[in-house]
Design a protein around this ligand. Structure first.
Ligand code: FES
Ligand SMILES: [Fe+2]
Length: 440
């Protein structure tokens, strides 16, 4: 449970809200590089932290991320002409480059120097791992861009879905760190593997357990926290545990447990207080699914399941086209696609869920930790302190990894999937009184 005030601190990201300032202290995925693939191609609308922006790739291949409203009289630059190294407003022809400099003012006298005095808001941009990234904080606090969590090396294969969801970022992130729901909501897609050693395929993720009530343990880390859901395995339950370890990398990334084909991250970038851009990233070696197969699996293909702006064609208005007949025939949800199943749950809670009367159980340990940690983080920023994840010791994000496997009961869950560097840092932090606790 959170008080209404705490809920506001956790959820609100627009304007000067403390949580928004935390997001502005980190590099954020603004859009996919493929959306602005062509130099001089069509501009794209981008909404981030309540700001309406436009992205475009100029003649020289540089990507710009600028305010959507033309500084002249507020016409939208989304409709502008992208040509000759700049975006030209259709209304009176003012033209801007990727850094927001005014290049031309067709409506002003040729001798006027007014153009030099007008600049529009533009944010710095880096392309990596299939994404266009931006930093929306003060330039003097901008950290050097680090390789994204999902592309530790340039050779790593990366594929992703993208979908715009009508729900606040925090309730979506709570879904991503909620290991317990996968045994129920996704039970038709993540099936118990009754054949020993059965492997996941692109369309069916096997899991060697039928245990729907995992024991949860959590440990705070400098980047957020890691937690494990420990289940009884189908085989060797007396001596072994089936462990799925999830990492929360504040403020917006979750490393979910891998399968034998790929590793995965979910990414929750707030568009505003009430909507979020959700990316489901798979990465790794040769067994990473093809981009199209990955999007098909999640029923997140543009032109099929999504419109051209990545909005779902399954909506609350059409009850997400839930198929009750398929449910009768054995499908648990009647909703195709793991991500779609999550979206229905997230949006069904209302844009910003009221956390003042929810009833949390033992399996909600990670949710409790997330709320506590991020409300504390927002209070720290509101009091003038630094944003979570920006202070020393900092773990190189590309070294973080989640974990999934059957291990002897004697294993220390805190070390599973963790690099020696992380184990040392976390142990040091735990000595200093950081939270590490378990709920039976
Ligand atoms: S409103 Fe854009 S040039 Fe006039
Ligand atoms: Fe889910």
């Amino acid at each position: 449970m959170l008080t209404p005030e705490e809920n506001e601190l956790l959820c609100r990201v627009e304007g000067d809200a403390p949580m928004g300032r935390i997001f502005r202290s980190h590099w954020l995925p603004a859009l996919l590089s493929e959306e602005v693939a062509d130099p001089d191609g069509a501009p794209v609308r981008v909404k981030l932290l309540g700001e309406n922006l436009v992205a475009f790739r100029d003649t020289d291949g540089r990507v710009g991320l600028i305010q959507e409203a033309c500084p002249h009289r507020n016409a939208s630059l989304f409709y502008g002409r992208n040509e000759e190294s700049g975006l030209r407003c259709l209304y009176h022809g003012w033209k801007f480059d990727v850094e927001g400099n005014c290049l031309e003012m067709a409506s002003e006298p040729a001798e006027s120097s007014f153009c030099d005095k007008v600049k529009l808001k533009s944010y710095p941009v880096v392309e990596a791992g299939g994404f266009v990234w931006t930093y929306m904080g003060a330039p003097e606090t901008m950290s050097e861009f680090a390789p994204p969590v999902w592309q530790p090396t340039p050779e790593t294969n990366v594929v992703t879905t993208k979908v715009i969801v009508g729900a606040n970022w925090a309730q979506m992130l709570e879904g991503s760190i909620d290991s317990a729901h996968s045994s129920t909501l996704h039970s038709s897609d993540m099936v118990p593997a009754r054949v020993p050693g059965a492997q996941s395929t692109v369309t069916q993720w096997q899991r060697p357990s039928t245990d729907k009530a995992p024991r949860m343990v959590v440990q705070r880390t400098p980047y957020g926290f890691r937690y494990s859901a420990i289940r009884r395995p189908i085989k060797d339950a007396a001596t072994h545990d089936y462990v799925r370890t999830t990492l929360f990398v504040a403020p917006y990334v979750v490393h979910i447990p891998p399968n034998n084909l790929h590793r995965s991250c979910t990414v929750h970038v707030p568009r505003d207080d009430n909507s979020t851009t959700f990316y489901f990233v798979a990465f790794g070696g040769d067994t990473v699914p093809a981009q199209e197969d990955w999007r098909k699996l999640h029923a997140n293909r543009v032109g099929f399941d999504l419109d051209a702006t990545y909005r779902n064609t399954r909506t609350r208005e059409n009850d997400y086209k839930q198929d009750r007949q398929a449910m009768k025939l054995g499908n648990f949800t009647g909703i195709p696609g793991i991500t779609n199943q999550d979206i229905v749950m997230w949006e069904s809670m209302g844009p910003i869920v009221d956390r003042s009367h929810d009833r949390l159980g033992a399996s909600d340990l990670a949710i409790v930790e997330f709320r506590k940690q991020m409300v504390e983080a927002a209070c720290t920023v509101a009091a003038g302190g630094p944003a979570i994840g920006t202070t020393e010791p900092r773990m190189p994000l590309a070294k973080l990894a989640s974990f999934e496997g059957i291990v002897p009961k004697t294993s220390d869950w805190r070390t599973l999937g963790a690099s020696p560097e992380e184990i040392a840092i976390n142990a040091e932090m735990a000595k200093g009184g950081a939270k590490s606790h378990a709920a039976e």
